[in-house]
Design a protein around this ligand. Structure first.
Ligand SMILES: [Zn+2]
Length: 297
């Protein structure tokens, strides 16, 4: 009898243990590991690809991604951006466009079945503005017609008899779409007319102003200036040569704006100078100056 009692107790203990194991009261706490296929800088409009791995799928209810400025905390909900879950392509693959220039940390987080929030490691990605080389190629620039129109307008509003000169300009923008695979759009902003100066001692100038769409987060599409363009004036109404290409003021403006500059100006008659009273229809070319791409702080 004693033996049998002991035996029954033993069976009860075993059954209890088995039952406990099935409901798993001490599950392995899942961890998330985030990695990126982007090993170097990503240009705005390009694709950011992230992989998310976990050691315990069964305990995870849902996975999401957040973005925060590089090095900033993400657990106090301030300046934390939550891109759409639509960017998940499958269980562990996440692909979204790079919307906004800056240094960003991507972090995956999961809600577990026991309603806990767990975070992955940070993945830092630097999103940069496009290199403007593609708009520098003379006569092949996608903005050739806009630049030519600005030049023609500059000529039309310059008057050699009264020494009246004027410059024109515009900003070049890019728009990043939130649809994967949709091309980035580059376009010229409105033509800006500089003030007309009817004096040989007053060089004309034109001021173009960056008009970015104000998008706070790196998770939404927006419009951003990537370069600025202006024409230089005719030199057919005044004596004395002048330097061609970017002036000192232009160089300073490009540095201040942190924006690449393009200027349409005459081919030099000699040594970087266009002579006074040069025919207004003389050959003109694009000069490039300032940073190669827009910079960000
Ligand atoms: Zn200038």
């Amino acid at each position: 009898m004693l033996f049998c009692n002991a035996c029954t107790n033993q069976i009860n203990v075993l059954e209890k243990n088995e039952h406990s194991e099935n409901s798993n009261p001490f599950p392995i706490e899942p961890i998330l590991i985030l990695s990126s296929l982007n090993y170097q800088d990503v240009t705005m409009g390009e694709t950011i690809s992230l992989n998310i791995e976990t050691n315990n799928d069964d305990e995870i209810e849902s996975i999401h991604v957040l973005i925060v400025e590089s090095g900033k905390p993400y657990d106090n909900e301030t300046d934390v951006y939550y891109p759409s879950d639509d960017y998940f392509t499958g269980y562990n693959s996440y692909i979204m466009p790079a919307f906004k220039a800056g240094e960003w940390d991507y972090v995956a987080y999961a809600i577990t079945k026991s309603n806990k929030k767990i975070y992955s490691n940070r993945v830092s990605i630097r999103v940069i503005y496009p290199d403007i080389t593609f708009i520098q190629e003379d006569r092949e620039s996608p903005f050739m017609s806009e630049m030519d129109a600005a030049w023609d307008e500059m000529l039309a509003s310059s008057n050699a008899k009264d020494h009246c000169r004027r410059e024109m300009g515009f900003i070049i923008y890019m728009t990043v779409s939130d649809i994967i695979g949709e091309d980035v759009i580059f376009y010229a902003g409105d033509l800006v007319y500089g003030r007309t100066n009817c004096s040989c001692s007053l060089p004309p100038n034109v001021t173009v102003t960056i008009d970015d769409e104000i998008i706070m987060g790196p998770d939404l599409p927006g419009r951003y200036a990537i370069a600025w363009f202006h024409t230089h004036p005719v030199n057919d109404c005044c004596g004395g040569g002048r330097n061609v290409g970017a002036s000192n003021e232009d160089e300073m403006e490009a540095a201040k704006k942190e924006l690449p500059g393009l200027v349409y100006d005459y081919v030099p008659t000699f040594g970087g100078i266009v002579d006074g009273y040069t025919d207004r229809n003389a050959e003109h070319v694009i000069y490039v100056f300032g940073p190669k791409r827009r910079t960000f702080k």
